[in-house]
Design a protein around this ligand. Structure first.
Ligand code: NAD
Ligand code: UDP
Length: 319
């Protein structure tokens, strides 16, 4: 059945892949973005589609729209960008959630909140499952994002209990792929861009920190399955790839994938950087019949190709 679907943050990395999939599935998609970290380049190919509509709007301000479903993705996701204006980041999370929940309450739309593994903070339970309440520093430099996302989860549950809004929470673990911004600052894009440019690869700390990396197509499948799950399943549900790698292993894989002559250099670890992270995805497997299919080795190839094309275009002289 054709639905009218709002994607906030729709011009961002994940949002643009989601909009593309939803348009392909025959839905009418409203892509809302303030273009802080998103870009028109990510959605240019959709602009001619009659089912696609672009709205430039900042989600901290209310907006009146008639929709059936809302994916709330608006929020900078890279530490560099969310720490650039931390007050704005927490406002986007809290006021953005209130504004989309307001639309949902009025129109009876379903809302899916793009939450994060950051709600687990620097975890002392490994791998992380949804029952774990986390170990988050409430006053550190990552708190604007971590606590913002935790507050957004709280709002989802309170609107569900108090107002009967159909809400769903997906906790996304590190996801990468084409359409990440060149200047995004997250580890996969940073390392690939550095490797392709022959610059030093900047490993923070001694490289022993771990992350688990999910390819974007797998993640989008999970988000859509979560939105389409039965109404009594609100989550939270972890979505991520349990394959766990140290940051040093990632750097070495990227050097190999890009045939780069770059050298690894070590730089200070930012404060509150979680030491390890791996999702337990048994709930997603049982409740959504979801699991990722793309290994890190496989997913790095199209990601590398994407950045290669972007960097080549940027280098072409003006005619
Ligand atoms: P991204 O930065 O590429 O996308 C975020 C989008 O939100 C951008 O287009 C940006 O311009 C837009 N945006 C930011 N503030 C806004 C505001 N106030 N009003 C309207 N639009 C605004 O990041 P992404 O990786 O695509 O992440 C999308 C969502 O998924 C975010 O909510 C993020 O927290 C969540 N998430 C992503 C990951 C990941 O690894 N990619 C992990 C956990 C959670
Ligand atoms: N990192 C790194 N070099 C970089 C960027 C990030 O070593 O150029 C490390 C960072 O310290 C963290 C991990 O890579 O341990 C993942 O960082 P990212 O910013 O991608 O996401 P996070 O999971 O920390 O939000």
């Amino acid at each position: 059945m054709n639905k009218r679907i709002l994607v906030t943050g729709g011009a961002g990395f994940l949002g643009s892949h989601l909009c593309e999939r939803l348009v392909k599935e025959g839905h009418d998609v409203l892509c809302l973005d303030n273009f802080f970290t998103g870009s028109k380049r990510n959605i240019t190919h959709l602009l001619g589609e009659p089912r696609f509509e672009l709205i430039r709007h900042d989600i901290i301000n209310p907006i009146y729209l008639e929709v059936d479903e809302i994916y709330n993705l608006a929020c900078p996701a890279s530490p560099v960008h969310y720490q650039h204006n931390p007050i704005k980041t927490i406002k986007t999370n809290v006021m953005g959630a209130i504004n989309v929940l307001g639309i949902a309450k009025r129109t009876k739309a379903k809302v899916l909140q793009a939450s994060t593994s950051e709600v687990y903070g620097d975890p002392d339970v490994h791998p992380q499952d949804e029952a774990y309440w986390g170990r988050v520093n409430p006053i550190g430099i990552r708190s604007c994002y971590d606590e913002g996302k935790r507050a957004a989860e709280c709002l989802m549950m309170d609107y569900r209990r108090q107002n009967g809004v159909n809400t769903k929470i997906a906790r996304i673990f590190n996801t990468y792929g084409p359409r990440m911004a060149v200047n995004d600052g997250r580890v996969v894009s940073n390392f690939i861009v550095q490797a392709l440019r022959g610059e030093n690869i900047t490993v923070y700390g001694d490289g022993s920190h771990t992350r688990s990396f999910c390819y974007c197509d797998d993640l989008i499948d999970g988000l859509i399955k979560m939105m389409n799950s039965p109404d009594d399943f609100s989550g939270p549900v972890n979505l991520g790839n349990p394959g766990e790698f140290t940051i040093l292993e990632l750097a070495q894989m990227i050097i190999k994938t890009t045939n780069s002559e770059s050298h690894i250099v070590y730089q200070p670890l930012p404060s509150d950087d979680p030491a390890q992270r791996r999702p337990n995805i048994s709930l997603a497997a049982s409740a959504l019949d979801w699991q990722p299919h793309v290994s890190l080795k496989q997913g790095l190839m199209p990601t590398k190709q994407y950045f290669q094309e972007i960097l080549n275009t940027a280098q072409k002289p003006e005619v």
